[in-house]
Design a protein around this ligand. Sequence first.
Ligand SMILES: O=C(O)C(=O)C[C@]1(C(=O)O)C=C[C@@H](O)C=C1
Length: 344
Amino acid sequence: MQSCEQIAYLGPKASYTHQATLSAFNSDNYTFSPQTTIEDVFSQVQSGKADFGVVPFENSTNGSVVFTLDLFADQNAKHPDIVVCGERYVEVHHCLLGRPAAATQGHATGQTKAVPDETKSPSSSGHATPIPGNPTPSNSRAAPLTSLSHIKKLYSHPQAWGQCKTFLSCYLKGVERQDVSSTSRAAELVAADETNTTAAISSGIAAQMTGLDFLARDIEDEKDNATRFLILRRRSLEDTSPSFGKENGQEQAQAYKSLLSFTVSHTNAGALADALAVFKTHGINLTSINPRPSGEAPWHYMFFVEFSGKRGQTAVDDTLTGLDKVVRSWRWLGSWDNALQQKQ
Ligand SMILES: O=C(O)C(=O)C[C@]1(C(=O)O)C=C[C@@H](O)C=C1
């Protein structure tokens, strides 16, 4: 075993991105390199310090990870050679990790000390607070395993708040929230806090890693909550060859996905419709579309589209040629195996 390729991922260990990395790469054959931010992962791959990178891209409950999209948008041309070469789906079951109210209870690793009579914070009933977007929220799926009345501050990755809205509004309404770079970093910060008044939304694996207690489990709003991660690599010379991907060009479109970004004129009526019509003309199925600020001027957008198929397939190559005629600029961001579709 001579390969010592480096894999950069959003760390520290026990982040969901770490779990995605473990599912894609055998840790016996690769060196894993945890990074503090998603941007650090892009930079490591761009500079060649890492051979591959793993970043979160989309959550089934909370939608796109805009930090990642903005790094693909690359307004400052820092990551011009990054392309996607794979994807992984990871089930995301969030836990509330911290220390129980009574310090005398101690805190053995991963052990939960349930205090059934005190499970509700003073202001909570177990019913979610109505909000304009959800005027009739249901009860939280999960209840705390112990009193949360001592928790004064919460730490997590910004994506996690939106996945646990109901639990948070039932049991931790009004408690200060601090965004941190990942859910496992949140657990590290709470483990280092000697006041025992903070808690992290993090994974069960992070509880084992930090020795924190479970204050609640499975606090995500949707039980089938999952996040899709992308595997990044650096563009190679081969990618620019006209025969790129041709050897297997006849395989089923659904077995692959591709990502590209484009900008259109802001003054021409129908410019976006014209761009999308090219996909229709060539029978290409779009699987997602996301606008992000282009950085050129306020209220100007860059569009990201994902679609079935890969470069090298005639319909995809013809689409790229057609798109080139109607958009202002475009960038191919990779083609990879669709993780949800078996090849035939
Ligand atoms: O914070 C982590 O553990 C991550 O891997 C990041 C991330 C994300 O950005 O979506 C991954 C999965 C969850 O959706 C929440 C956070």
